[in-house]
Design a protein around this ligand. Structure first.
Ligand code: PAF
Length: 288
């Protein structure tokens, strides 16, 4: 595996692959790899000739009071893990390579960014994500890019970006990878002390409770959300949001009809965690 720091070098490596008609898969990451990241790399490896993983803790998607300075960073560990998973290129640029002096462009995807994490973290968050992802697509020009469904809203933002700007890349969303007790894997789980780590399992348990109601035929959004709230309250967690929204548009729904995203965000101990389940109404369960 090559570790590449410059845009010029990664472009040259991709161009060389293209000259041999090789397909290119990109896994955009901020490092601190866990099994969720590794599942994206494995999927990219299975389906592409050249696998590029970007490792860049993107400053523009963090707010002033967020965890940019303490975000876990261990490039040597990440590089060894990526290498083990058959990655060809780890693109790990310095911030000045991505945002040189005078950088003046921001991409804003409207609509799906106004709610959930966009509402809580502020517009800068998805502006930062959309801008850096567009840049990575411009730099690597992948055939396919792989994202984790844990960041379900991010997936929708990236899909909209690709559609609206006619970018020639296919977006693959890969399933959430969970610890044995159901906690969604996240680079931020390292912030959890043992008590918070135990408390954090309530996030997925709350989604499970809501899912069980939906599976039993409940369609009233208020009733479904209340079941999830009860589990969180029991664990002493007051969520930043716990909402059921249309899985494509993120518009609020009152009745489960088709696919809906049940998304939660909460501060647990020193970590801000997010999780989600896609709920499908009983009458649509046979649909593809
Ligand atoms: O999901 C992430 O790790 C980041 O938001 C991404 C997509 C790499 C952009 O910085």
């Amino acid at each position: 595996m090559r570790i590449i720091r410059t845009i010029a070098e990664v472009r040259e490596a991709v161009r060389a692959a293209r000259r041999q008609d090789r397909t290119v898969g990109l896994v955009p990451t901020m490092g601190a790899f866990h099994d969720g990241h590794l599942s994206l790399m494995d999927e990219a490896r299975r389906n592409n000739d050249l696998v590029v993983v970007s490792l860049f803790v993107n400053p523009t998607q963090f707010g002033a009071n967020e965890d940019l300075s303490r975000y876990p960073r261990d490039e040597a560990r990440d590089a060894a893990m990526a290498d083990d998973h058959g990655v060809d290129i780890l693109f790990a640029p310095e911030p000045s390579e991505i945002y040189p002096d005078g950088f003046a462009t921001t991409i804003h995807v409207a609509g799906v960014t106004d709610v959930l994490d966009g509402a809580v973290r502020g517009a800068h968050h998805f502006d930062g994500v959309a801008t850096v992802v567009a840049k990575l697509f411009g730099i690597v020009a992948p055939d396919v890019a792989y994202f984790g469904q844990k960041d379900a809203q991010q997936v929708l933002v990236v899909r909209r970006l690709v559609r609206d700007l006619n970018l020639d890349v296919r977006i693959e969303a890969c399933p959430i990878v969970r610890e044995a007790d159901g906690l969604a894997m996240s680079s931020r789980n390292v912030y959890l002390d043992p008590a918070a780590r135990a408390q954090a399992t309530a996030l997925n348990r709350s989604l499970d409770a809501a899912q069980a109601l939906a599976d039993a035929g409940e369609r009233n959004a208020g009733t479904i959300i209340a079941a999830a709230h009860a589990v969180l309250a029991d664990a002493g967690i007051a969520p930043e949001y716990l909402e059921l929204r249309d899985a494509e548009t993120l518009q609020p729904i009152t009745l489960l009809d088709g696919d809906a995203l049940l998304a939660v965000a909460a501060r647990v101990g020193a970590a801000r965690l997010i999780d989600n389940h896609t709920l499908r109404s009983a009458d649509r369960r046979g649909d593809a």
